[in-house]
Ligand binder design. Sequence first.
Ligand code: ADP
Ligand code: ZN
Ligand code: ZN
Length: 733
Amino acid sequence: MIAKVIVDVVHSEVDKVFEYSYDVADGVLPGCRVIVPFGNREIEGIVISVSDISDFDTSKLKKIKRVLESTPALTPETLALTDFVCQTCFVPKASALRLFLPSEMRKGKIKERFVVYYSLKKSIVIEEVISTLRKSAKRQIELLQYLSENGKTKSVFLSEKFGRSAVISLETKGVLERTEEQETRSPYKGIDANRKEITLTDKQLQAVQSIQTTDKKVSLLFGVTGSGKTEVYLELIERTIKNGRTAIMLVPEIALTPQMFKQLRARFGDNAAILHSGLSAGERFDEWWRLRNGEASIAIGARSAIFAPLENLGIIIIDEEHDGSYVSESSPRYSTIDIAKFRANYCNAKLVVGSATPSIESFYSAQKGEYNYIELPDRINKKSLPKVEIADMRKEVRKGNNSYFSSILKAELEDCLKKGNQAMIFLNQRGYSKTVVCTECGHVQKCESCDVSLTYHREDDSLLCHYCGAKYKMITACTECGSRFLKYGGMGTERVVEELSKLFPNARILRMDRDTTANKEGHFKILSAFSERKADILVGTQMIAKGHDFPFVTLVGILDADASLYFSDFRSSERTFQLITQVAGRSGRAEETGKVVLQTYQPENNLLRQAIAYDYKGFFNQELSIRKATAFPPFTDIIRILISGENEQETLDVTKSIFDELKIVNLENKSKFRFFGCMKAPIKRLQNKFRFQVLMRIDANNYQLIKKMFEISDSKKTKKVNVSFEINPNNLT
Ligand code: ADP
Ligand code: ZN
Ligand code: ZN
């Protein structure tokens, strides 16, 4: 028999299917991982199909060495999806295949964990055995008695209680039956899972029914924060499972997963498995196999859980669908929604995308009637959305208030704390200060390998590059002029905590950002502590913006609402609107009506006005007309070819040759192009590499044209100059 195999080597020259022979008895099936000879070594590969004919001389084919597991790791669907990923993300097959397997499975680093058990052999009568033993063999006798009373027991337990030698002696006498069983390493074992009994409101039920009965593939659930979207998701999953099908539920941030997982656990028990990078390798491996072999039929996780090895999918839910984390920023640069659409199509499953602030693309699809559109316009129990007050920071400065907190925010904080409620303070900048500036010569400290200013982190008295991770000792004098007069420019979360503890010495303050959540359960711990009211104020970056439901939070402060408006990215308005709405939505989720104080230097800004009025549709209409007038997505696709290398001239040469060749394509397709240009990337140097880009906007749905441009740019890669091809990237820095 012949197997077509993709070997686990990511290289365009190896990006083809290799044939190997095997014997029927080997149990080779499509989707199996196998070990094959390759060149002069042995490597892993995946069988994508089997047949009994070959185009080659079969006697010359090499043989498959070994099959790695009896259940094929990959399903027929994932094999089809592999092709889709290769075509749309322009990556070799091996690279696409890696998306489907937990990384620890490759190279056999992690295996199932087996536990040894002993029991008495069936034919054994213990009195007879005891009569053959010496009287002094007390522990063996006790062990026999224990097993006859308790049955099968873990070997480690027996060795500990009766001694290893007693176990071995009885085993050699042939009295004991030894078995091995797989044991799963389960994440979040300590999670308490009390299910809240809830009867869906009429609106929620209508949403569920609409999603179940629509003949459209995708449903958009547009519901304000606190409108009960999560309960709609849970009901849909329950109905899907009852029908014998499986479900995937995606949340944007790893920080959100434990909370959502808790709810899924409470409702579905072990039937829910969690997949995310914060788990230990062993846990991830076990959760993956629980899904693969049908022990669990609900997968929950961040972006990569869209590749969960489930068969017979009935529903895919993407919560907070507008979130940037759903687009992969490293190769393969897939869009989670596109993968979800493929899987939903393949399995004839429902796809539900939900948000309080849908992406412009999704809302536009709903408006055009491509998506089934459902609205949950009110909060549960008709609770009003928190009232947002604008604090004009220019006035504050004029009044002589130079602190980070407007007088109104200070007053509200005081009131909130006095009442024993909780507050959240949001600022999208971690560290102590954004920059360190010399007051004599104005020099801003920069990273040695990047064209980026350094952030001061007081906790370890260091300067950190947030782009490459480089860490420097804090300076005592300006590196340009030697002056000792240094100033902290802009504030970060560390500094906010410091200022707050000066203002409110008795308040208990927690901070949540990338630095405080670096270890595995960091998010979970901080969020649990805050929800158990072990702190009064939670200060954080956008990590605190999403999804969390804290009933005692009655005040949210947004310290620097304008910050993201200064970015030149075409999505910056959309991002700002989303962020403000999401953060504001954290306030007043239970009895008391919440308040939000939004600090800004441009209070007349239209976008901020729309955000505080929760006027999503007003914002959408305005933004869509801007996108149309300026030819940005969803009306066009943005293609960015990023060329980077350590040698500036070589990098520039490659850039030029790509640009020149694409120029011809551009001229041939003039009517489809809205923009075509070549320039330095906004961050000119990163990790010692100079960066240039060719930037294009072409009318949407021109796949063949995009493919041609990919092939041109890919052919220009050299050993020293890297070329990456991005379609609608989230980040244009
Ligand atoms: P969203 O996901 O839209 O932000 P949630 O689903 O988290 O909203 O719901 C907000 C709050 O309302 C939660 O505390 C939830 O338990 C509660 N809730 C949701 N649906 C109902 C319902 N039908 N009856 C009572 N409480 C509900
Ligand atoms: Zn200086
Ligand atoms: Zn750097």
